[in-house]
Design a binder for this molecule. Sequence first.
Ligand SMILES: Cc1ncc(COP(=O)(O)O)c(C=O)c1O
Ligand SMILES: [Zn+2]
Length: 369
Amino acid sequence: MLKETYVCTSCETAYPSTPDIWKCPCGGLLKIEWEKPAFSKKEIQSELPGMWRYERALPFHSRCSVWEEVTMGEGYTPLVPLSQDDPHTFVKVDYMMPTLSFKDRGAAVLIAKAKEWGVKKVIADSSGNAGTSIAAYAKRAQIECDIFLGTSTSPKKVAQISAHGANIRMVDGTREDVAKAAQLAVQQEGTFYASHVFNPYFYEGTKTYAYEMWEQLSRVPDTLIIPAGNGTLLLGVYQGFCELLAEGLIEALPKIVAVQAENCAPLAEAFYEQRLEKVSVQNKGTIAEGIAIAAPERAAQILHATKQTNGYILTVNEQEIKGAHTALAAKGFYVEPTTAANYAGFLKHRRMAHERIVLPLCGAGLKAI
Ligand SMILES: Cc1ncc(COP(=O)(O)O)c(C=O)c1O
Ligand SMILES: [Zn+2]
């Protein structure tokens, strides 16, 4: 049987991984350590559906695959050229997911784990898409669900969450206030915190983005351009590529270029001030609501991952985001503004000749506009 352990990223204390812990008492963030079976290229590419083809790299025991009761076919999304005249740029169409965003990768793993643990109720906070994913998978797993949202959340995302039967708990405040309200409820009610930010199982799901890309391209791209708010995709992707490197299946990590909205860019600010710790700014307002995170909890890890890959962080303004939205639609892709922000980042990135780039199209346009 696999035994997963939570380890504090600050003080290195180890805990059994259980539903009642989401942060170390020292305040440190948790990571999971577990003995993964070694895998060759052939072993890792199983015949299972979607992202579960990498089951061997996921923290479930294959003989009692609780995820089979939860899956809605998420993952193994198309990787296609951005356009016919650019053979070196690919988009990974992660809006082709059950709830129309990449967050389904993380939610499927996290909720499957909650079901394995016998959790009866979950609480989460979100800017919209993670809450939608958690609500959908919780419903499928027959787990009660409360989602904390800010009052400015896109009405279409609120409608989606509500349709899945989650209790919506509106908070009139900043994104940080919403998270604090959820954490207080978790503490008072003794409920499982299905946080896409704090719970490391979520990143076990988002790492499949890296595995898929590696298999679909038959090699590692030179550069990944990734929108970063709390960094759940960025950190999952980094983890996935680090695992492939550790198994000897790739020779180098791709460069990670993180994209933030100019009006809410704590990571970019820290990067250029050469700081590596948690940072916070004032959110001046952006249509890229998915990355409007003024104080990302895992900032230090995001900055570290970006540096480790020789990457960097760039910002895009509201005009550039709107222009990128139109430009992507003209290529056939209708995305939400957060994804458009990432495309705007791609357009600003000074690429080298023949640099092979992959961008995620991580949220569908009908969700937000
Ligand atoms: C469509 C979309 N893209 C990107 C992101 C950014 O993800 P993260 O905050 O985990 O960095 C989000 C987050 O909600 C999102 O909804
Ligand atoms: Zn600690």
